[in-house]
Design a protein around this ligand. Structure first.
Ligand code: IMP
Length: 431
């Protein structure tokens, strides 16, 4: 029996992980978010109602899973409190027996966001296109041992003492980049109320999850962003500042690698990316625009239009290897209806003439590579809301078969709309 599943994006984020997490969470005792921060936007549609979660795991939308924010997440306290309030508006009261935040989780402070914006400005044409949520600077402080942790944040004296220390250097940098320094006293005073609101949720999350697994309960791990945005394994420097890959879930939470696990790689039936950086199968012409319109490809966090392009099998082979993917969840297959025959990248020809079937991020550094495409037959029939493989048009089924055999992994789930119920489940993932 599977005791734990890691849900991981295997492209550049926005694969539709939120819906898949929400779906599998109904059988899970706990759902753990293990990295990233309010840069993520996980959209879940339940009976026509759209809910966007940035930091709270998507398991909050059922009535029983314990939702855990691990120590390697960076929490924006203001946004988190707003998320709690908007859930209340949906009729979900987030009590401390439903949400646990690690005392070691680092906090995104206003000066981190200021630095994020100033850095982007100073990069000029080399901009990364960050979400502006202060993610990079907060992780810098985490690794630089100058961060503010939840345990400091919820204790006004400790918070003030920490800010007085760390702002000396941070304010120099802010001023160097042309920004206004932050006053530690004012900042600490402004944070008191937020600290009081979040304090009841602070727990030792490693112990909580370990105990659940040890007693045979099911735990879901939810990643944010995508493999190609991973700080080590992505298209550096056009990446986010955390480890977005599946194996990172366990050490980042503070537990050993549990047995009986699955790694579900979530993949859109085409490719998108927001922000700058290489994207070799991007279509900047009519097909890309049609995908953007049909798929509603605008960022859940920033509203930015997403860059769109063809499915990239070599990049997926790399992501499957990096994550140890055991099965795929293919999302947005419905978007491909009526778009004609579909180009799919099979391999790449590198500048030296070598043809490779797996894309390594280092090949993208020189930009000297050419995608080699095959064309797969498209289909015109609507597939929104289809709930069994048999109901899919023959060419859509063929598309999925070709994808699975080219990647060497089974397709466990197919999603045919953002709604929780519009899903084809090919296997009992907890079975
Ligand atoms: P940061 O995470 O805000 O520092 O942004 C770094 C890069 O990651 C930028 O290209 C962002 O657009 C991208 N990014 C960050 N979070 C997400 C996400 O949740 N989905 C897609 N792209 C993201």
């Amino acid at each position: 029996m599977t005791s734990n599943i890691v849900i991981v994006g295997i492209q550049w984020g926005d694969e539709g992980k939120g819906k898949i997490t929400d779906l599998l969470a109904k059988d899970a005792a706990a759902v753990v978010r293990y990295q990233g921060g309010a840069n993520a936007g996980h959209t879940v549609v339940v009976r026509g109602k759209k809910i966007v979660l940035h930091q709270i795991p998507s398991g909050m939308l059922n009535d029983h899973s314990l939702c855990v924010i691990g120590p390697a997440v960076v929490v924006d306290p203001q946004t988190l409190v707003e998320e709690l309030e908007s859930l209340r508006d949906y009729g979900i009261e987030v009590t401390p027996d439903r949400l646990a935040i690690s005392s070691s989780t680092h906090v995104v402070m206003p000066y981190h966001k200021r630095l994020d914006a100033l850095r982007e400005q100073s990069r000029g044409k080399e901009k990364i296109g960050t979400t502006g949520r202060g993610i990079g600077p907060t992780y810098e402080d985490l690794f630089g041992r100058t961060g503010v942790r939840m345990s400091d944040f919820c204790n006004p004296e400790r918070l003030l003492a920490t800010l007085q220390k760390v702002l000396v250097e941070r304010n120099h940098l802010i001023q160097l980049l042309g920004g206004e320094p932050c006053d530690p006293n004012e900042l600490a005073a402004n944070m008191v109320d937020l600290g009081k609101k979040l304090a009841p949720y602070i727990r030792d999350v490693g112990t909580l999850v370990h105990e659940k697994l040890a007693s045979g309960q099911k735990v879901l791990f939810e990643s944010a962003q995508g493999t190609l945005l991973d700080i080590l394994h992505g298209t550096y420097p056009f990446v986010t500042s955390s480890l977005t890959t599946a194996p990172a879930a366990f050490p980042m939470l503070g537990i050993g690698i549990p047995d009986n696990r699955r790694v579900l790689g979530v993949v859109k039936a085409y490719t998108t990316r927001v922000g700058a950086g290489p994207f070799p199968t991007e279509d900047v012409g009519d097909f890309g625009k049609r995908l953007r319109d049909a798929g509603g490809e605008y960022g859940a966090t920033t509203g930015r239009p997403r860059r769109c392009g063809y499915l990239d099998l070599p990049a997926l082979r790399y992501a499957i290897r990096v994550n140890g993917v055991t099965g795929l969840a293919v999302t947005k297959i419905d978007v491909l209806s009526g778009l004609g025959d579909l180009k799919v990248c099979q391999s790449y020809k590198l500048g030296n003439g070598q043809v490779v079937s797996t894309l390594l991020p280092e090949y993208l550094e020189s930009g000297d590579l050419e995608p080699i495409y095959e064309t797969w037959k498209g289909w015109d029939e609507e597939t929104v809301g289809v709930r069994s493989l048999a109901e899919l048009p023959a060419n859509a089924r063929k598309f999925l078969e070709l994808m699975s055999s080219a990647l060497g992994v089974p397709i466990d789930i197919v999603s045919t709309s953002p709604d929780r119920d519009d899903t084809i489940l090919n296997v009992d993932l907890w079975g």
